[in-house]
Ligand binder design. Structure first.
Ligand SMILES: [Zn+2]
Length: 707
């Protein structure tokens, strides 16, 4: 009986750490309701030394009086695993103030510059305000950790102290523990060299925590972990809110209208107030006359900081303090372990891919283009234009602008600043130089400055804005002027447009709209890629998957484009995948995402991890790779491909609705691959060659299925 009891006793305070480990207290622990699982006082006949001995730990030397810490009869006891800890020599009621320990505060700079984390003090710091750290004096640094602590603490920043108070009754011989971290019920470190013993203790505590949760005793709630100041403010806010609500409320029932969080907090504050009232009344009656501010204290009981110097309070006066233990059950923190695989090539600790990606077989193609199964179908891919490509047709058109003419150079600066502020962010004016010079008849240059598009502002609005910007600008009178609508894409265009208004020169590569001008080798390679994904999708379909497949590969070197901007791809890198949402029961396992994840994985392992990138960014996910898909991808996958810096995408079946690539004449659709407002563009081609009718049927998917 005694043995059993003692063991459960130890496990309840076990948990966790010697003080030689890092204390990371990130928030205040202000109240813990926990069952007194002992139920009785079976332990009262045990001295602390006996308690520890039963668990095999060496203690203070036999016969030696344990070191008495303070008038409450707390002992400092040594334990092989946990180091020194604070034990009670007698029964202590809940809510007892154990000590208000003074602290030495070091600023963040002092702590960091002194490299305190590398010293023994590094393990003893309490997080303080403004990133500082505090070293607790008195018993503050002697408490061990427990995730169900018997002692809570409040940092009193203004007083430079930490107050320690019991959260539940502590029996004689029990250890008093604090929680080092209010938001981490488990410590993340293990004391060096004691892993096995540690594991056992943590497991014991885990079991106990589970019991607590099952029994609804897990009452520590972050919402209630507010310090006194916050409580005061919460109470003030509550009162204000209540006033407001009372004005509005139909039946004056204010508390119902409060948010549940607010209501809980207010309820807790009320309880706390009652508790303070009770305890201060108790101490003022028993210590009457000894405190000159005794009556003042009871009249100001709404203050939540009635900290009494520990040594001035006799333990007997504390018996009256009733435990205020908020019992609002809250769910334990949930650990999310089933995240999708990382999209980047840094290995993630959260996701360990059970089956590493494999380099899939290369496709069969011929440099000379001969021998393909459907030679007559080559050349049948069509470029899918995005919004940015479509704007290219507007070359000859003009755009109406507000401009001003200026000859006073003193006002030039103001006008240029105004112009910059007004149209600097207008993407439709980005191709225009800001100033145009025109020789005047009498030899003096006229200067014109662009202000705004006519369709954006009317004349009176513009004049108001000029006045507001600078009064001197009132002398100018804006007028309408027609300028080229787009930049010059060739020297010829530049010669035509600049006399109208100077424009920027952005030479565009001529882009073919289909594969008719491609070399045969490229046709053969693309044909083979399309055949590969169709075959893969058929296999997926037979296996009960969504029949969408993807293949990505670095194009053969002979097919690399010759332009200067081309970043050579990682040679030999390729992967394929199909949709796996059905088997993995995960809605994001689309074929394209799976394939990107495979590439990310392959890049982390030899031989690809050993290759030196030829240029910065050459080893980034899909840089310069070509990707084949059976179906036009959804917007999510299209964006993933964009973020992965894919070079070109080929697909067979357009999405029936909501695809990421295709746009309609009337401006519908997304055209994710060619948009001015996104920072990467890639080519997209739709396969228009032959696809067997039966294959087409087998690979048909629901209209609204996102792939
Ligand atoms: Zn998708």
């Amino acid at each position: 009986m005694t043995n059993d009891h003692t063991n459960s006793d130890i496990s309840s305070r076990s948990g966790t750490s010697t003080l030689t480990s890092i204390i990371n207290i990130s928030s205040r622990v202000n109240g813990v309701a926990a069952a007194d699982s002992n139920g009785g006082d079976g332990c009262s006949d045990l001295t602390p030394t006996e308690t520890v001995k039963e668990n095999g730990g060496p203690c203070t030397a036999t016969g030696e009086e344990p070191y008495r810490l303070n008038p409450l009869g707390l002992n400092l006891v040594s334990d092989a695993v946990r180091g020194r800890g604070v034990f009670s020599s007698r029964s202590i009621p809940a809510g007892t103030l154990l000590e208000e320990s003074p602290v030495l505060v070091l600023s963040k700079a002092e702590w960091d510059d002194g490299r305190m984390n590398e010293t023994v003090l590094g393990s003893y710091g309490f997080c303080w305000r403004e990133g500082g750290m505090a070293i607790g004096l008195g018993i503050a640094s002697m408490f061990n950790h427990s995730s169900s602590p018997s002692v809570n603490f409040i940092r009193n920043y203004d007083r430079g102290t930490i107050t320690f108070r019991t959260t539940r009754r502590v029996d004689a011989g029990q250890e008093l523990c604090i929680c080092y971290s209010a938001d981490e019920s488990k410590l993340w470190f293990t004391p060096a060299g004691r892993e096995a013993e540690w594991k056992r203790r943590v497991e014991e505590e885990d079991r106990e925590d589970e019991d607590r949760m099952i029994n609804g005793l897990w009452a520590l709630e972050p919402d209630e972990l507010v310090d006194a100041k916050e409580l005061d403010e919460a109470e003030k806010r509550r009162a204000e809110r209540a006033k407001r609500m009372a004005l509005r409320g139909p039946n004056g029932d204010v508390s119902i209208s409060l948010g549940s969080k607010e209501a809980r907090r207010a309820k807790w504050a009320e309880k706390e107030r009652l508790r303070q009232e009770e305890s201060s009344t108790g101490s003022s009656t028993s210590a009457r006359g000894s405190s000159p501010s005794g009556s003042a204290a009871s009249s100001s009981t709404r203050k939540s900081t009635p900290m009494i110097a520990p040594h001035a309070v006799r333990p007997s006066t504390l018996v009256a303090a009733t435990p205020i233990l908020p019992k609002y059950p809250s769910l334990p923190p949930r650990v999310i372990s089933d995240l999708p695989p990382p999209l980047h090539s840094t290995p993630s600790k959260r996701y360990e891919n059970p089956t590493p990606a494999v380099l899939c077989e290369d496709i069969n193609w011929r440099e000379d283009g001969e021998g393909s199964e459907q030679p007559t179908e080559w050349g049948l891919v069509r470029r899918i234009k995005g919004p940015a490509d479509q704007e290219e047709g507007d070359d000859d058109t003009l755009l109406d602008l507000w401009v001003v003419e200026i000859d006073d150079t003193k006002l030039m600066r103001h006008m240029l600043d105004f112009s910059k502020e007004l149209c600097g962010s207008d993407s439709k004016m980005r191709h225009l130089k800001r100033v145009a010079r025109r020789p005047n008849v009498n030899g003096i240059d006229r200067q014109m400055i662009v202000l705004s598009r006519v369709e954006v502002l009317d004349r009176s609005e513009l004049i108001d804005m000029m006045l507001e910007f600078h009064p001197a600008l009132s002398i100018f009178s804006p007028f309408i002027y027609s300028v080229p609508k787009s930049a010059a894409r060739s020297q010829e265009e530049l010669r035509q447009k600049s006399p109208i208004w100077p424009v920027v020169y952005t030479p565009a590569l001529s882009k073919p709209n289909d594969s008719s001008t491609w070399p045969d080798a490229r046709k053969s390679w693309v044909d083979a890629g399309i055949r590969r994904v169709l075959d893969l999708a058929l296999e997926a379909q037979q296996a009960g998957q969504v029949p969408v497949a993807c293949f990505v590969s670095s194009p053969p070197e002979s097919l690399w484009p010759s332009n200067d901007g081309f970043i050579p791809p990682t040679p030999g890198l390729r992967a394929c995948s199909h949709d796996t949402r059905n088997t993995e029961l995960h809605p994001l396992r689309h074929a394209a995402l799976n394939t990107i994840a495979s590439i990310a994985d392959l890049r982390t392992r030899p031989p690809f991890s050993e290759m030196q990138p030829t240029r910065n960014g050459a080893d980034y996910l899909l840089t310069s790779l070509s990707l084949f898909l059976t179906h036009e991808p959804c917007v999510m996958c299209s964006m993933a491909l964009l973020h992965s810096r894919v070079r070109e995408v080929f697909y067979v079946f357009p999405a029936k609705r909501g695809g990421g690539f295709e746009v309609t004449e009337d401006g519908g659709g997304f055209g994710v691959h060619a948009r001015k407002d996104l920072n990467h563009r890639f080519e997209v081609w739709r396969w228009e060659g032959h696809v067997d009718e039966r294959v087409r049927e087998l690979l048909d998917i629901d209209d609204d299925l996102e792939v």
